[in-house]
Design a binder for this molecule. Structure first.
Ligand SMILES: Cc1cc2nc3c(=O)[nH]c(=O)nc-3n(C[C@H](O)[C@H](O)[C@H](O)COP(=O)(O)OP(=O)(O)OC[C@H]3O[C@@H](n4cnc5c(N)ncnc54)[C@H](O)[C@@H]3O)c2cc1C
Length: 401
């Protein structure tokens, strides 16, 4: 069997997916070593949907996030294109699903801070504040090196982002499709209240989405072509604020830029497999989606909850938690969710970019139906929130492992 294990599971990466995975795996009863080098500040915000909020509740971290989280009670879609066929405005209201909110928007830095406080407070998690520089897969263990330490574990969870060293060690390839678009992000202050309504303007270059933050603030994801992204990035704060207000049709009044701007080229990347060779991938190590429909981290949290659930069940039955059978089960549980979300996001994005009139007609007709028929609106809302209750991991249903 070789040398002794130093922990049952290693989680590689201290981004949000890795931190949630470490907490969830600790709840499975496993002892966990987390490699979490300090990262650069993340100026984005994340809309955590209902299932993610339940997961964070089940992991005991939600109460510390509540004071910083803005509820997303309604979502308004507005066709701001100048095309011949335009879709009607559609309002999705969480109350139609008997929910207070679809989810909550929170600044990534706050989310990270709260999770990073919870992790060392958990006796089942040992934190190594260094990056993994080498991963070797053997029959009975995975060996992870930093410059100074070595860990031997039964299962490694790669939460190490899009350039994942774990994915390379597992021999898993990514499929990639790039889009001629860039997402500009920034936070805004404004005089008019957002009333917990997220507003998405559909434009010819992609969505322009205002998402409520706590107080009279919103976060913005503005998807434009790369040339326009450069132009906007180089504007001074006053000129950019005016331009943003114009694009927002002044619905929130005069804008003020609050903090730094971010810029993210759009692509869809999905891993051929969710795990192999005693390595399971979670978060952006396994899938990268454009910021449309708030899916990315919500998928990552479901990955984390699912791998922890499979580990909890395998431990209870005395089985090897790094076995191929467990990784096959992980693949089977996660693939449909990742595939469906990636397809939906791509379809939504391409329908905006397309110059083909019948595509605009189909989109307009679909949204017309949604604006008229409650059952269709409810079906779309349920689909947007994630898998059906029965297909969701136990933590996302609010159950403990
Ligand atoms: C503009 C924008 C808006 C978005 N909005 C939303 C939203 O509203 N809702 C939503 O669900 N998603 C959203 N997303 C997606 C979401 O931000 C990502 O899915 C999420 O941040 C990915 O987290 P992660 O932990 O998987 O990866 P990362 O945040 O990339 O974390 C990876 C971590 O691994 C560490 N690491 C890397 N290599 C190593 C190594 N060798 N050893 C140890 N550690 C290592 C890094 O330091 C980093 O901390 C958005 C994305 C964008 C671009």
């Amino acid at each position: 069997m070789g040398r002794e294990l130093t922990a049952e599971v290693a989680v590689v990466g201290g981004g949000a997916s890795g931190l949630v995975a470490a907490l969830a795996l600790a709840q499975s009863g496993a002892d966990v070593v987390l490699f979490a080098p300090s990262g650069s500040p993340d100026t984005r915000t994340t809309a955590l949907l209902h299932g993610s909020v339940r997961t964070l509740e089940a992991l005991g971290v939600w109460p510390a996030l509540v004071p910083h989280a803005a509820p997303l009670s309604r979502l308004r879609l507005i066709d701001a294109t100048h095309r011949l066929i335009r879709a009607p405005e559609v309002l999705f209201d969480a109350a139609e699903l008997d929910l207070d909110a679809f989810g909550y928007n929170i600044e990534n830095n706050v989310l990270q801070r709260v999770l990073r406080i919870a992790v060392p407070g958990n006796p089942a998690i040992r934190v190594v504040e260094a990056a993994v520089s080498g991963v070797a897969c053997e029959d009975h263990a995975v060996i992870l090196h930093t410059g100074e330490t070595e860990e031997r574990v039964q299962l490694a969870v790669g939460a190490d982002g899009r350039k994942s060293i774990c994915r390379r060690a597992a021999g898993i390839m990514m499929r990639q499709r790039e889009f001629p678009q860039v997402a500009l992000t920034m936070n805004l202050r404004h005089p008019r209240p957002h009333e917990n309504v997220s507003t998405e303007f559909h434009t010819e270059t992609g969505p322009f989405t205002l998402v409520p933050l706590k107080g009279a603030r919103s976060s913005l994801v503005c998807v434009v072509d790369p040339k326009e992204a450069n132009r906007l990035r180089e504007m001074d704060a006053a000129a950019l604020a005016l331009e943003i207000e114009r694009r927002a049709h002044s619905i929130l009044g005069r804008m003020e830029i609050d903090g730094p701007r971010g810029s993210f080229p759009l692509s869809i990347e999905t891993a051929d497999r969710m795990g192999a060779r005693r390595i399971a991938l979670v978060g952006e190590a396994a899938h990268l989606l454009p910021p449309i429909g708030a899916q990315g981290l919500n998928l990552g949290i479901r990955d984390a909850a699912t791998i922890a659930e499979l580990v909890a069940d395998a431990r209870r039955e005395g089985q090897d938690i790094g076995a191929n059978s467990l990784l096959d089960a992980y693949e089977a549980r996660r693939r449909p969710d990742v595939r469906n979300r990636a397809m939906a996001v791509e379809l939504m994005n391409r329908s905006l970019l397309s110059d083909f009139l019948p595509v605009h007609a189909a989109r307009g007709f679909g949204l017309e139906l949604a604006s008229r028929f409650g059952f269709l609106r409810r079906a779309l809302m349920r689909e947007g929130l994630g898998p059906r209750e029965g297909d969701a991991p136990r933590l996302a249903r609010g159950e403990r492992l």
